[in-house]
Design a protein. Sequence first.
Length: 285
Amino acid sequence: MALKETTYNDAFEVTDQIKTDFDETGYIIVRELLDKEELVKVKEALEHTDAVTQHSFEVKDGKSGKSRMCLWNHPGKDLTGMVGRCEKVVTTTEKLLGGEVYHYHTKLMMKEAFTGGAHVWHQDYGYWYKNGCMFPDMLTVFIAIDKCSKENGCLQILQGSHKCGRIEHLMVGGQTGADMVRVDELKKVLPLQYVELEPGDALFFHCNLLHASSPNESSHRRWAFLCAYNKATNNPVFKHHHPQYTPLIKVPNSSIKSCSNVTDTSDKDFMDPTKDKTIVVEKKE
């Protein structure tokens, strides 16, 4: 079964067919969500300053690999915040989920060449359920900063697995992973897809979609920018390390190109990983 995908342009909108594809498969791919100029600006903000990356930490995969990540709770007013607040990301998310959403968190995932670790099979809701989110009215927008291929550990998904509901999750290495007895049975009946993306492409995927990735044993790094959203009606029932409902102020798509702030991240609220009970981390050296 082919990957469900479309290509972004100024006339893009979530059609009935796109919504049906999302509901049936648990995801859609939007090629070229970020154009070349936007991608260059985002990469410069991430690579030429340490405003974001200084907050990174390492997560082991239970074997020999490890990846770096940094995570922030509020989008902020810097360039990376414009990505998390722009219409083409937020409005698309709202139409897929069927209502107002707020920014739950964004993270930069850094799977470096040769050493980047695997990510075990899991559902994002396997984490977020533990945070008091009562309904799986949540999704993630995975935006490729680098090319994502089988060679450098692209995402793997089980198409339609969001329909099986939340699976029990346990600690696996430094990560929270789904019960592999269930995953192995689902692999027998659901198509496994490798989500290969070009820089700027995006995967919008449901919080119950099972996904994983292999270690990066190639000479090419694999960085990705992931924005997670929660429906406004799904306010977590207790306070935790991610935000309660916070109104999200959307900005025009043009804000990515026009934003000149790349270093003021004071209002992003970077996460202290020691407060998250669903991961085990090591501080960046």
